[in-house]
Design a protein around this ligand. Structure first.
Ligand SMILES: [Zn+2]
Length: 396
C-alpha cells in the first residue's frame, strides 16, 4: 500500500547506506543493541550519527530519508549488510570461510582481483541448528532515526535470499538450502511485522536474487519459482506498509558483481509477481539499459524507482545529469509512478561523505528541474540556498 509516496510525484531518495562520519568509529560486532547502548560512548556516537545522516539528507533536499544503515558494523566491503541478522538468529554459529565446493558460481573470482579478496576475506556462520527469529531491534533503530527528522525514514534490510549464498549446512536438520532460505524468510518476516507495528510506514527489502537467478537459470526455472515464493513469504502480512524491492548488480566496496546486468529476464517477476509497491533498479551505471522495457508495464500499479546516480562512480553528478535520466525514464514510465534514487547505497566501504552528499543533492535538484518542467511544485533544498553556504565569496 502506498503510504509515504502516495501523494508525491517524482520524489527523491537514496538507496540506504551512507558513509559514516570519521568519529563514528564504533560497531556492535554481534552484541545486542541494548548492551551497546549502555556504553555511553556507543550511545552518544550512534545517536549523533543518526542525527547527522538525517540532517545531511534533509539538507540535500531528499523527500524520503534513510538511516544510513548505521547499525551495521564498519567491516570489510560492507559484510555486515548480510551478516547482521545471521549473527543474531538461532541455528547459526561462528566465523568460517565457506568451502570451495559450496560456493555459488557468482562468488568465484580469480586471485589478483578485489572481488577475490572480498569473497575469500569474508567469514560466515555455519548452519548448526534450527534457524529461528531473535530480535534484530529494527523497530528501535527506526524510531531512533525517525525521531531525528520530520520527513519519512524508510528502513531497509538485506533479504534472506542473499544471506543464504554464504551458508554451509553442518546439521542433519537441513538437507536442502531451500529449507534454510525458507526459515530465514520466516524469521525476517517476524522482524518486519514488529517494525510495522512500531509505526514504520515504508520498508525496503534488499536484493531478492531473482534477477541474478533469472539470468543464470531462466525466469521459469524451479529455483527461481522457489525464490519468488520465499520472497513473498518474507513480506507476508505487510499490506498496510509501502514495500520497496531494491535490486542492483552489486555493492561490496562499490563493486559490480555480475557481468550480465540485464533486467530483461526478471522484469515480469519483479513488476507482476513480487508482492510490493516499488521496484528499485540500477540504471545510471548501466547507461539506462532496459529502460525501454518498462513501456510494457504502463498500466502496472507498481512504481519504479530509477537509479539516477551511480554508487560506483566517484564523480559527483550534476543536477542536469539526473534530470536527463528522469526525462528519458518519463518516455516509458508515467511521472506519478516514477521515483528518483541512487543505483545503490554509498556506505558499504563506499565513497566519502561529501561525494555522497552532492550525489544525493543532485538527485533532489534534478527531480526539481523535471517537476518544474511538468508544472509541479518543487521541494525546498537547503543545500542550494546562496545564503546558507559554508563560504560566501566576498565582493571585490
Ligand atoms: Zn544495491
Amino acid at each position: 500500500m502506498f503510504t509515504v509516496t502516495a501523494n508525491q510525484i517524482l520524489p527523491a531518495t537514496v538507496t540506504g547506506s551512507w558513509p559514516r562520519p570519521r568519529w563514528f568509529d564504533v560497531s556492535m560486532w554481534g552484541k545486542p543493541l541494548d548492551s551497546c547502548l549502555m556504553d555511553i560512548r556507543y550511545r552518544e556516537k550512534l545517536q549523533d550519527a543518526l542525527a547527522v545522516v538525517v540532517s545531511d539528507q534533509e539538507r540535500a533536499g531528499l523527500d524520503i530519508l534513510t538511516n544510513g544503515d548505521y547499525h551495521l558494523d564498519e567491516d570489510m566491503a560492507g559484510r555486515s549488510w548480510h551478516h547482521y541478522p545471521l549473527q543474531r538468529w538461532t541455528g547459526l554459529e561462528g566465523d568460517h570461510m565457506q568451502a570451495v565446493d559450496n560456493r555459488s558460481a557468482w562468488l568465484r573470482y580469480p586471485p589478483g582481483t578485489l572481488l577475490y579478496e572480498i569473497y575469500t576475506g569474508w567469514r560466515w556462520p555455519r548452519v548448526t541448528g534450527k534457524i529461528e527469529h531473535r530480535p534484530l531491534d529494527y523497530a528501535k533503530l527506526w524510531r531512533m532515526a525517525q525521531s531525528k527528522g520530520r520527513k519519512p525514514v524508510r528502513f531497509g534490510t538485506c533479504c534472506s535470499q542473499v544471506m543464504s549464498l554464504f551458508l554451509d549446512i553442518h546439521t542433519p536438520l537441513y538437507d536442502d538450502l531451500r529449507q534454510v532460505i525458507w526459515d530465514l524468510a520466516v524469521a525476517m518476516n517476524t522482524e518486519l511485522l514488529a517494525l510495522r507495528d512500531a509505526g514504520c510506514k515504508c520498508i525496503q527489502i534488499e536484493e531478492p536474487c531473482l534477477h541474478f537467478m533469472a539470468n543464470t537459470y531462466g525466469p521459469d526455472h524451479e529455483k527461481v519459482k522457489f525464490m519468488l515464493e520465499a520472497y513473498n513469504r518474507e513480506v507476508q502480512g505487510l499490506d498496510d506498509v509501502e514495500i520497496w524491492i531494491h535490486t542492483c548488480w552489486g555493492n561490496p566496496n562499490m563493486q559490480r558483481v555480475m557481468e550480465n546486468t540485464s533486467y530483461a529476464a526478471s522484469m515480469q517477476l519483479y513488476m507482476e509477481q513480487c508482492r510490493g509497491d516499488v521496484w528499485t533498479v540500477e540504471m545510471r551505471d548501466r547507461n539506462l539499459q532496459d529502460l525501454e522495457l518498462f513501456a510494457r508495464f504502463r498500466d502496472s500499479k507498481k512504481k519504479v524507482c530509477i537509479g539516477t546516480v551511480s554508487h560506483r562512480n566517484l564523480q559527483a553528478d550534476r543536477p542536469e545529469d539526473v534530470a536527463a535520466v528522469l526525462r528519458k525514464a518519463l518516455e516509458y514510465i508515467p511521472a506519478e509512478r516514477l521515483i528518483a534514487s541512487s543505483d545503490c547505497g554509498f556506505g558499504r566501504q563506499g565513497c566519502n561523505r561529501e561525494i555522497a552528499f552532492y550525489k544525493a543533492s543532485a538527485i533532489a535538484q534534478g527531480a526539481n528541474i523535471v517537476r518544474q518542467e511538468l508544472g509541479l511544485p518543487a521541494t525546498p533544498i537547503p543545500a542550494t540556498d546562496p545564503a546558507l553556504q559554508i563560504d560566501v565569496v566576498p565582493r571585490a
